[in-house]
Design a binder for this molecule. Structure first.
Ligand code: ADP
Ligand code: MG
Length: 728
């Protein structure tokens, strides 16, 4: 074994679980590192507390005086938690979170210092942020970007730092992050949904989107991670023959979790709970060494902050346990990749889940209204839904026979399908008779019962109704959920506004309210029919059927991203006041750029590993074979030697063929890259990387993986899948 691989193997063999003792019940720790409203009440004067609560609710501006009081309270509280620094915590378009730490400490004279933090520092900061992606919005000479506090998400302490969730905008006011458009989309859907809720309940004043994410990830020992350049540089293995045993026995899913992994999970869950993240579920996933963590759902903006926080925590705490967390969508070819299901719904301030069937015909009509409008929104903007989850990593999942297909469709189950069919056929044109109305209402009233035994769950659908929420399953494991949540909430806001306009027009023409709603729902059902699919989303038949229906099947990121500059999309985001055309254009540019960079890095690493570590190992082994063959010839003479060395000669030939082909493919890939790099236009360049460069990845890998099977185990330089995936 190469010395590096040998060392890794031994390191892993001697690992022991690192349990952290906990003398408290976790329930007592919940939110202890969060500046939540109870703490605020304790630290703030009554009047300031009230204003702060109002601002957190409405998103209005905080006046300077109150900001000072809040800052002072935050600081006092943070000091009791041992904090020495504070940071504006934000979500640049890199996909990760960013922070710049400043000390509370301020010298005020010789040997004298105080802890200082005021309203100005709380509300706004000016990080030199010229090197965050901005899609040409901010030239580097105008390096100023602002972070501004988001009072709807509470501050928290990690380690010795007070973190203040903020939005990140350019000097000219454009969003450079995920949070600002998310907040705007949530505002838009709130407004639109409240409008529609008024048909059913005048008491509804606010509607919040809810998000419950399920984070999948892999664990790999740090020793293996450190001996694989591909994992370190690109987050996934670019080489590696599938191990004899993979996931075919299905023995990992929901199986018992190894002691080492459990110790890690307990640790990061405890930290999460301290930060107010309500993590409740953990289990093994389908692939070996793959796991999932899911909290209770929360208000969308908060839930998203929590997901980002959790990803960050996982990475930090994994290191303490000698693991590395892999959040990449496809770290290992041949076994399942990782996603992040986004469970989404809308809830009112009167405590009603708008996507849960109610107890009487009226609340069921409300449910149907939101349910059918969601389907219509997805139907009208399926391309956008596909685009918001696109990325180099997710291309390995979508449409690759495991995770949801790249074709966007909606699954609602046979019972609800039947209900929609009924409305479609039974709502009559012209004035409906009282009997017809009663019959319909009776049917609608049965929804809760039919849903009770609605057991047909379709795991192959990218967008599925699961009883009281929709589950968007195509989101990638490394993604910022906001990308998907911005789209879903924006298209829903737009759809609900349209719906209200149409229903109001019907009422004006003299139709009764319920009748107007039902008739409009009937229209939506008809118009959105083709997006509904109940069958197997992984099958080839679906690809054909979807094509017949005219549904898009965009298999790769560059094609999916083109949607962003559709006139329809630009107008939608502009009308809903979520993103301006300029912001949208910048985002698309960043997405293309990020895709190109990721492929560029992978291409370089592939070249480096193939030529720099695989080829030398193969040559060593060739030499060993040659020496043996030569020896046999020397001892036995040419004729008998040839017979005796038959197996070795055959092996030598096969190895040489794969080695030569691999080397040729590397040369061709390099030439293709050089050509692609010359292209100025980002979109064309992304397409070139996808079509001309990426094609060599699989070819090079194919021959390298064959070589892995032919070269003696001792000589092979890289930790194998069997080692990385079955470490306990
Ligand atoms: P499963 O889908 O695994 O059977 P559940 O139906 O209990 O499990 O829920 C799955 C996820 O859906 C959980 O993470 C939960 O927080 C989330 N969820 C449940 N209700 C809602 C809701 N109203 N809005 C958003 N997410 C929700
Ligand atoms: Mg799920």
């Amino acid at each position: 074994m190469s010395s590096k691989r040998m060392q890794a193997y031994h390191d892993v063999l001697h690992r022991t679980p690192k349990h952290t003792e906990l003398n408290q019940k976790v329930s007592e720790l919940f939110g202890e590192n969060v500046f939540h409203s109870e703490v605020m009440r304790e630290y703030l004067p009554g009047e300031a507390y009230k204003k702060m609560k109002e601002v957190a609710r409405s998103g209005a501006r905080l006046d300077r005086n109150v900001a000072d009081q809040v800052a002072s309270a935050m600081k006092d509280w943070a000091l009791t938690k041992g904090a020495t620094h504070y940071t504006h915590w934000f979500q640049p378009l890199t996909g990760a979170t960013a922070e710049k730490h400043d000390a509370f400490f301020k010298p005020i004279g010789p040997g004298k210092a105080i802890e200082q933090f005021d309203g100005d520092l709380l509300v706004q900061q000016e990080p030199d942020a010229s090197s965050f992606p901005n899609g040409g919005i901010r030239n580097t000479f105008e390096a100023r970007g602002y972070t501004a506090w988001d009072p709807s998400s509470p501050a928290f302490v990690i380690g010795k730092t007070l973190c203040i969730p903020t939005i990140f905008i350019s000097y000219t006011g454009e969003a450079l992050d995920y949070k600002m458009p998310l907040l705007k989309a949530l505002h838009a859907v709130d407004e639109a949904a409240v409008g529609v809720c008024q048909y059913f309940d005048k008491n509804v004043k606010k509607v919040s989107a809810t998000l419950g994410w399920e984070q999948e990830y892999f664990l790999v020992d740090k020793a293996y991670y450190n001996s694989r350049l591909d994992l370190q540089m690109s987050g996934r293995t670019l080489f590696g023959h599938a191990s004899a045993k993979g996931q075919q026995l299905d023995d990992h899913y929901f199986g018992s979790i190894s002691e080492r992994a459990t110790a890690f999970m307990r640790d990061f869950e405890t930290e999460s709970i301290r930060l107010g993240i309500p993590v409740t579920t953990r289990h093994n996933e389908v692939a070996p060494n793959q796991f999932e963590c899911a909290p209770m759902f929360e208000e969308c903006n908060l839930a998203n902050d929590h997901n980002l926080l959790l990803m960050d925590l996982m990475e930090k705490i994994a290191r303490k346990h000698d693991f590395r967390v892999l959040l990449h969508e496809k770290p290992f070819a041949g076994v399942n990749g990782s996603g992040k299901h986004n469970n989404w719904s809308l809830g009112t301030d009167t405590g009603v889940n708008l996507l849960a069937p109610g107890k009487n015909p009226k609340s069921n009509l409300q449910f149907l209204t939101f349910f059918i409008n969601t389907i219509k929104a997805i139907h009208d903007h399926s391309g956008l839904l596909r685009a918001c989850i696109a990325g180099a990593g997710n291309d390995h999942r979508l449409g690759a026979n495991e995770a949801p297909p790249a074709i966007i469709s909606v699954f609602i189950g046979s019972q609800l399908s039947a209900m929609l069919d009924k409305i479609e056929s039974d709502v009559k044109a012209g004035k409906m008779t009282p009997e017809q109305k009663t019959e319909l209402k009776l049917n609608i009233g049965k929804i809760p019962q039919i849903l009770l035994d609605n057991t047909d769950r379709n795991r192959t659908s990218p967008f599925a109704f699961t009883g009281n929420k929709f589950e968007f399953r195509a989101v990638g494991s490394s993604a910022n959920c906001a990308a998907a949540m911005i789209v879903i909430n924006t298209i829903m806001a737009n759809q609900l506004k349209e719906f209200k306009k149409d229903v109001d027009a019907r009422i004006k023409k003299g139709e009764g309210k319920d009748e107007a709603i039902l008739k409009q729902l009937q229209v939506l059902i008809k118009e959105s029919k083709k997006i509904r699919f109940e069958g197997n989303g992984y099958g080839d038949e679906w690809v054909k059927e979807a094509e017949k229906r005219g549904l898009a099947n965009l298999r790769d990121t560059p094609r999916a991203l083109t949607v962003w500059h559709d006139k329809k999309v630009v107008n939608l985001f502009n009308d809903m006041k979520v993103l301006t055309p300029r912001e949208l254009e910048a985002r698309q540019e960043i997405e293309f750029e990020s895709y190109i960079y990721k492929l560029q890095i992978e291409a370089r690493v592939i070249g480096e590993m193939a030529i720099g570590s695989i080829m030398p190992a193969v040559v060593d082994y060739q030499n060993k074979l040659i020496k043996n063959i030569q020896g046999l010839f020397d001892v036995l003479g040419e004729k008998m030697g040839k017979e005796a060395a038959e197996a070795q000669i055959d092996l030598l030939k096969r190895i040489s063929i794969h080695l030569n082909t691999m080397k040729d493919a590397c040369d061709n890939m390099l030439a293709a890259r050089k050509k692609a790099n010359k292209i100025e236009d980002m979109e064309k360049k992304a397409v070139a990387y996808c079509d001309e460069v990426k094609v060599y990845f699989d070819e090079i890998r194919y021959h390298a993986d064959k070589l892995e099977g032919l070269v003696e185990d001792e000589t092979w330089p890289l930790p194998k899948f069997s080692e990385m995936l079955f470490t306990r």
